[in-house]
Design a protein around this ligand. Structure first.
Ligand code: NI
Length: 257
């Protein structure tokens, strides 16, 4: 069995000095590849360096919406240069987060637009972070129409109705451990309608450990297995079949070997 954690932050503090153990536990759990996602220029650089040191580890480049206010012409040029690494498989995470106001909505919209332009120029898939900004996110994306490359909405926690809107546009949806949480009935209803050729899995670690491991403070790729098993059961599918299909979707989306 082979699963892929499509969104983790292995450059973050909790993993410093134990990356080898984390990746070993991941492999032992059947999570054979991981994509570590860049959140700032510096972090994107770190993600690439980490990926270049490990097989089956890939990276993405972006400045997270929280840090949108730091984005300049120079930042975007540097991200473009970083994206030349063979280990870079996407632009992201980028988008809008109106839950927090670390950057203003205007700064976030500007940075988001620039990231979408970068993804389109490089023809790389784009990982979208959208929180309490669903309509505004779509408004910006709609301006791109056919020039947008492949799109995944990460850590999806919206409704079935919203999922359908994304699916109708040809986009992909990725679920974290949030779908296993007791109060996530709405997200489970959404997961039920996402076909396996549009569905991906992620931990978003070190955050959000899935049930029944929610008490484990530092989430890690190995725990992806719980979300995977949960979703297979929710969709009433054989686990092996589910894993095979979702992994095929993921490899195709990110052009992984
Ligand atoms: Ni993330």
């Amino acid at each position: 069995m082979e699963l892929i954690d499509t969104h983790c932050h292995l450059t973050f503090d909790p993993f410093t000095d134990q990356i080898e153990q984390v990746l070993r536990r991941s492999r032992e759990a059947g999570v054979t590849s991981c994509i570590t996602v860049g959140t700032t220029l510096e972090d994107s650089q770190k993600a690439i360096e980490l990926a270049e040191r490990h097989d089956n580890l890939y990276a993405t480049v972006a400045v997270h919406p929280h840090e949108a206010k730091t984005v300049t012409d120079k930042t975007m040029a540097q991200l473009e240069t970083l994206a030349q690494s063979e280990k870079v498989v996407a632009v992201g995470e980028t988008g809008l987060d109106f839950h927090y106001d670390f950057s203003t909505p205007e700064q976030q919209k500007e940075a988001f637009t620039r990231h979408l332009e970068l993804a389109a120029d490089l023809n790389l898939p784009v990982i979208i972070h959208s929180r309490e900004a669903f309509d505004e996110t779509l408004t910006i994306m709609n301006e791109f129409q056919s020039t947008l490359p492949k799109v995944v909405f990460h850590c999806f926690s919206g409704s079935a109705e919203q999922a359908k809107i994304l699916l109708d546009k040809g986009w992909y949806i990725s679920f974290t451990g949030v779908v296993t949480f007791k109060n996530a009935e709405k997200t489970r209803d959404a997961a039920k309608i996402v076909p396996l050729d549009r569905l991906m899995l992620e931990t978003d670690c070190p955050y959000m450990s899935p049930e029944p491991m929610r008490k484990q403070k530092v989430n890690e790729p190995a725990l992806l297995i719980h979300t995977a098993r949960f979703l297979a059961e929710l969709k009433d599918l054989d686990f092996t079949d589910f894993a095979r299909a979702v992994t095929a979707t993921t490899k195709n989306f990110f052009a992984l070997p």
